[in-house]
Design a protein around this ligand. Structure first.
Ligand SMILES: Nc1ncnc2c1ncn2[C@@H]1O[C@H](COP(=O)(O)OP(=O)(O)O)[C@@H](O)[C@H]1O
Ligand SMILES: [Mg+2]
Length: 277
């Protein structure tokens, strides 16, 4: 089954003249780990809102086209139903933390849905181990750092056992090393639990080792949708404002000078061994 199917999606916010999405087509398979990239203001967050149904249900506006998420139509399915299958980590984790203590905040979504006590305890134990956040449970949410808030917000989504996670610029509030730790967690969730993941970011250099696909949104539609290796064949920085890994520039430069490489390399070792051969 497809996790997400978007067909001909056109969208304009209320009181705004311009269409942000001008015919987006995108299919995401179950198990994909997709980087959705694009310049600031290109419509990444808007597309994510449409996938969870906040657009059009919460934002209104002019909406044409079709979105399917695990065979639900997020335009008409109650948001609390969509968000059981689709966890959406907002661009600013502040907007996602509702309760005063970490433990209460994580439990909130399960309580709201009337989960039995025993199941709530099971899921809490599971997520505490999975994200290694035992030390945070008793803390006040207002005292957490940006990265800790993000982990807590992620925990609140994960206890519902979503099939799809959408993370809107998760590296924005993180140092490079905590961003890596965060991405390692996502990779494990993708591999061990088969959770389909969409990460919105403009940094392929950070995500190259984690994602399997790259989609780029430009001028209201998907300009490029390729496997992560193939993405290295393009100069995405010039046209689309995507930060490319140095390895991609090296690879293209070597090719330009007639050095053959078997396939685009994901890291230095791959480049060296393919050139050596
Ligand atoms: N609530 C809103 N009302 C009107 N316009 C909006 C709203 N949210 C975003 N926009 C506009 O839609 C365009 C795309 O925004 P957004 O989806 O946030 O881009 P990105 O996430 O790629 O930076 C921008 O021009 C932005 O100003
Ligand atoms: Mg955004």
């Amino acid at each position: 089954m497809k996790a997400v199917e978007v067909r001909g999606l056109r969208y304009r916010y209320p009181y705004s003249e311009e269409y942000v999405l001008k015919g987006v087509d995108l299919e995401i398979s179950e198990g994909d780990f997709l980087l959705l990239a694009g310049a600031s203001g290109s419509g990444k967050t808007t597309l994510a809102r449409a996938i969870v149904g906040l657009i059009p249900q919460f934002y209104g506006g002019d909406y044409k086209g079709e979105v399917r998420v695990f065979d639900m139509d997020p335009a008409s399915t109650p948001i609390y139903e969509v968000t059981e299958k689709v966890g959406f980590l907002f661009q600013n984790p502040e907007n996602q933390i509702f309760m005063t203590t970490v433990e209460r905040d994580i439990v909130f979504g399960m309580e709201f849905r009337g989960f039995p006590k025993r199941l709530m305890r099971e899921r809490m134990t599971w997520v505490t181990n999975e994200l290694d956040i035992a030390r945070l449970l008793g803390r006040r949410t207002e005292d957490l750092s940006g990265g800790e808030k993000q982990l807590v917000a992620l925990a609140g989504l994960l206890v519902l056992r979503p099939s799809l996670l959408i993370l809107d610029e998760p590296s924005a509030y993180l140092s490079p090393s905590s961003a890596k730790t965060f991405l390692e967690i996502l990779k494990r969730l993708n591999q061990e639990y088969g959770i389909t993941i969409i990460v919105i970011d403009h940094r392929l250099d950070l995500l190259i080792r984690y994602v399997n696909r790259v989609a780029v949104i430009f001028d209201g539609s998907i300009a490029l949708d390729v496997g992560v290796r193939e993405a290295l064949e393009y100069d995405l920085s010039k046209e689309y404002g995507v930060n490319m890994p140095v390895i991609a520039k090296l690879y293209r430069e070597l090719r330009r000078r007639g050095v053959s490489c078997i396939s685009p390399p994901l890291d230095v070792e791959e480049l060296v061994s393919s050139v050596y051969r």
